[in-house]
Design a protein. Structure first.
Length: 135
């Protein structure tokens, strides 16, 4: 585990939340990206070394829509940079953690990602992420 990559925040509408976070962080949104595999649109902010990812569901029954219906808008996950996502997934499986996918998925911001089930992490959804290798 290298460092916290970003904190993901579930929001109902990016159109409302982007201006709010631009004011809050005194920083412009630097990227909006569709992540088809998760049916979300993301918006990224960076302040120093810290990144915030806003997530809006693209479907009424998507992961983020269900999260908001159950818990309301708010912190959805904490993402951690790893040097080798495949090795880290294997290590965590051996340690008894439940992975939400057997192989990494393509995530936002040119990353490979894998989530850990929150029932093994004190109720916090953890995302492992690794920058994709340049082709």
């Amino acid at each position: 585990m290298l460092n916290i990559e970003h904190i993901g925040i579930a929001v109902s509408k990016l159109s409302n939340s982007i201006p709010l976070f631009e004011k809050l962080l005194n920083s412009q949104c630097y990227k909006i990206e569709l992540v088809e595999s998760e049916a979300v649109t993301t918006a990224f902010f960076k302040t120093g070394e810290t990144k915030i990812e806003l997530l809006e569901s693209n479907t009424e029954d998507g992961i983020i829509a269900r999260f908001i219906a159950k818990k309301g808008e708010g912190v959805h996950h904490i993402a951690i940079n790893v040097a080798d996502i495949y090795a880290e997934m294997e290590r965590l499986k051996k340690e008894g953690f439940i992975l939400l996918s057997e192989t990494p998925k393509t995530g936002a911001d040119n990353k490979l990602v894998c989530f850990l089930h929150p029932k093994n992490t004190n109720g916090v959804l953890i995302e492992l992420c690794m920058k994709k290798k340049e082709a």
